[in-house]
Design a protein around this ligand. Structure first.
Ligand SMILES: Cc1cc2nc3c(=O)[nH]c(=O)nc-3n(C[C@H](O)[C@H](O)[C@H](O)COP(=O)(O)O)c2cc1C
Length: 343
């Protein structure tokens, strides 16, 4: 029998297997299959899980530090927020969600889910979101010309669950083009810095890599012949033009840009930003569209200020992604399976 590759195996969860799980611990562990499918910066999967009685804590994996692309760890916190929401949705689907909470203490983030008797079905919950967890992916490529209609846009906007986070949906071509130009400019600057390329290269996997974290070089659209040497090329050569053009083209072709922003930023807003981002991406994918994250335009104060000015946003943007219809790529990201990271 052919053994399944990791990317396929982790998404082949038989959802009815939950019924056969006898103990609370087994049930919680089953839900971790959904947790690990969350998106994360550079596919770094910065989560660690602690199960005690009927409680799951999701905390940082302290070994993950992406100093240049994520100097203040905000994307790490957002990635935890994405992971958290996946567990909440899955627990609600199985009528197993008692409560959830999140807090920050001494610079430590703790996301807590209590399981058991259902007392809390979150207002944002729906079965369709649950089914999308297994299918969601961050698409990379060029969007087709298909647009969203008013009804769909309103449906996306209705997801907002946090009073502290604002959702802006940009569907104006001129504005989308200016986000593309700004992102390209920032990426060109970043890629021309050797330090940035060295850090990024560490997260790019060749087709022979056994590491389940990081992004496959094949996803970054080089020729199949070139892909094994992409990490080396990235390390030693300035690939700024090619890399920024790829992202610029994706943004320009998108039907909408979604910007999350806040005028009261703290660590908790990054958790909420991550939760909201994952909810929005699942929702949009349930409508048959694809999503693609590109946050580079937010990576320095100057470009952030320009973005706010061009889009007419007064709050500070914390996350940005793009959506539209895109040909499904065959590459799926890999994950470290939960039983290897349980604390
Ligand atoms: C907070 C955050 C920031 C991200 N930033 C980017 C980005 O700037 N550019 C990009 O191509 N992907 C970005 N991603 C997407 C990740 O690369 C992607 O989620 C990861 O490789 C796993 O792939 P998957 O989402 O298809 O499962 C980001 C994801 C998160 C959660």
């Amino acid at each position: 029998m052919k053994t399944l590759d990791n990317a396929t195996k982790i998404r082949l969860i038989n959802i009815s297997d939950f019924k056969q799980k006898q103990t609370i611990k087994e049930k919680i562990e089953f839900l971790l299959n959904f947790a690990i499918l969350a998106p994360s910066t550079h596919n770094s999967q910065p989560w660690s899980f602690i199960i005690k009685d009927n409680t799951l804590k999701i905390v940082y994996d302290n070994s993950i530090n992406i100093k240049i692309a994520d100097p203040d760890n905000r994307y790490k916190v957002m990635s935890l927020g994405c992971c958290f929401v996946n567990v909440i949705i899955a627990a609600a689907y199985y009528n197993f969600l008692e409560s959830y909470s999140y807090n920050e203490q001494n610079d430590k983030i703790e996301l807590v889910i209590v399981f058991g008797k259902v007392t809390n079905i979150p207002a944002f919950y729906s079965n369709e979101l649950f089914f999308q967890i297994l299918k969601r992916k961050n698409s990379r490529g060029v969007f087709k010309s298909e647009k969203f209609n008013r009804f769909q846009l309103n449906n996306i906007k209705s997801v907002n669950i946090f009073k502290n986070i604002k959702i802006d949906i940009i569907d104006d071509n001129k504005k989308i083009n200016s986000i593309a130009s700004l992102t390209k400019k920032v990426l060109k600057e970043l890629y021309s810095e050797k330090e940035f390329r060295l850090e990024w290269a560490k997260w790019i996997k060749t087709p022979f890599s056994k590491n389940m974290k990081g992004i496959s070089s094949l996803e970054l659209k080089p020729s199949v012949v070139l892909s094994p040497i992409i990490p080396i090329v990235m390390r030693y050569f300035n690939v700024s033009k090619k890399a920024s053009n790829l992202v610029g083209t994706m943004i320009k072709s998108s039907a909408i840009a979604i910007v999350l922003s806040s005028n009261d930023l703290n660590k908790l807003s990054f958790i909420e930003g991550g939760m909201l981002a994952e909810l929005l991406m699942l929702k949009i994918q349930s409508m048959g569209f694809q999503t693609s994250i590109a946050v580079a335009a937010l990576s320095n104060p100057e470009s952030k200020a320009k973005l706010m000015n061009e889009l007419g946003i007064n709050e500070e943007p914390i996350f940005i992604f793009f959506a539209g219809k895109m040909e499904e790529s065959k590459y799926l990201s890999t994950r470290v399976e939960y039983n290897h990271i349980l604390n």
